[in-house]
Ligand binder design. Structure first.
Ligand code: SF4
Length: 233
C-alpha cells in the first residue's frame, strides 16, 4: 500500500474538534476546485511534504497532551483506504479522530465510520449552484449521500455552510436549512466568506459578506430550527 501524503500540520487547535484539544493534519488532493479555495497548494496529488512516519512519531509524543487528531485537506478521503488505515493507527494511540470533509466520497466515508468519531461536513450551496462553485456536477449528490451515511451512524457532527454571496443568497441559506431540518440535523455552523487572496476578483464587499450575519429575521428563523447554530463571523 502506498504511503499517505500529508501536506500540512497545525500542531495545536481548540476550534477544529468540538470541546477537544487537537492537532490538524492536512492531506493532499481534492476532487473539487472551489472558487474560494484557501488551500490551492494542497489540491494535487504529490503536494505532500511531511514524512508520515515522523508525523506518527510526533503524535506519540502528544499522547496525554492532545485529545483528538483532525484530518483535513484538500479532501482527506481522496486518499481512500490509505487515509483510513493511518487514521486507525492514530486512533489506536488513544486519540479521537475528526474529519473535515466535502462529502465527495460517501462510499469511503461508509468504510471509515468505525474509525472516525466526528465530522465537519461542508454543505456549500444549493444543488443548482454546486457545479459552478465546485467545478463538479456530482458534488452535491455525493455530499447528500455522505450526510445520510453519517446520519445513519448516530455519531456527532456539524454541517458547515460558508456564505459566499456570489453562490449563496439568504433564500439559498433558508433552502439549505430546510433540507437539514428535514433530515433532523442538530448542529450547523454558518461561516462568513473571507477572501483569502489580496485581489478583488471575488467582487464581494464587506457589506455583502456581512449581510447574512446582520439579518436578524434570518438568524432568528435559522436559530429556531436547530439545537445549535454557530455563526462564525
Ligand atoms: S473542497 Fe476545500 S480543499 Fe477542495 S477545492 Fe473546495 S475549498 Fe479547496
Amino acid at each position: 500500500m502506498r504511503e499517505i501524503q500529508i501536506g500540512g500540520l497545525v500542531p495545536f487547535t481548540t476550534i477544529d474538534y468540538p470541546g477537544k484539544l487537537a492537532c490538524v493534519l492536512f492531506l493532499v488532493g481534492c476532487p473539487l476546485r472551489c472558487v474560494y479555495c484557501s488551500n490551492p497548494h494542497l489540491l494535487s496529488p504529490g503536494d505532500g511534504e511531511y514524512d508520515p512516519a515522523r508525523i506518527f512519531e510526533w503524535l506519540r509524543t502528544r499522547v496525554g497532551r492532545l485529545e483528538a487528531v483532525v484530518f483535513s485537506g484538500g479532501e482527506a478521503l481522496m486518499q481512500s483506504d490509505v487515509a483510513i488505515e493511518y487514521m486507525r493507527r492514530v486512533r489506536a494511540l488513544g486519540f479521537k479522530i475528526g474529519l473535515h470533509t466535502n462529502g465527495f466520497y460517501p462510499d469511503t466515508l461508509a468504510r471509515a465510520t468505525d474509525t472516525v468519531d466526528w465530522i465537519g461536513l461542508d454543505f456549500k450551496a444549493t444543488r443548482e449552484k454546486y457545479p459552478d462553485l465546485t467545478g463538479q456536477h456530482i458534488a452535491y449528490d455525493n455530499m447528500i449521500r455522505s450526510l445520510d451515511v453519517w446520519l445513519s451512524t448516530g455519531k456527532e457532527f456539524e454541517v458547515r455552510i460558508t456564505c459566499d454571496p456570489r453562490y449563496v443568497s439568504p433564500d439559498d441559506l433558508l433552502e439549505i436549512a430546510d433540507i437539514l431540518f428535514a433530515r433532523n440535523v442538530k448542529n450547523i455552523a454558518i461561516q462568513k466568506y473571507v477572501p483569502h487572496f489580496e485581489d478583488d476578483t471575488h467582487k464581494t464587499t464587506p457589506a455583502m459578506r456581512d449581510a447574512f450575519f446582520t439579518n436578524v429575521a434570518l438568524r432568528d428563523k435559522i436559530n429556531g430550527m436547530f439545537s445549535s447554530v454557530v455563526w462564525r463571523e
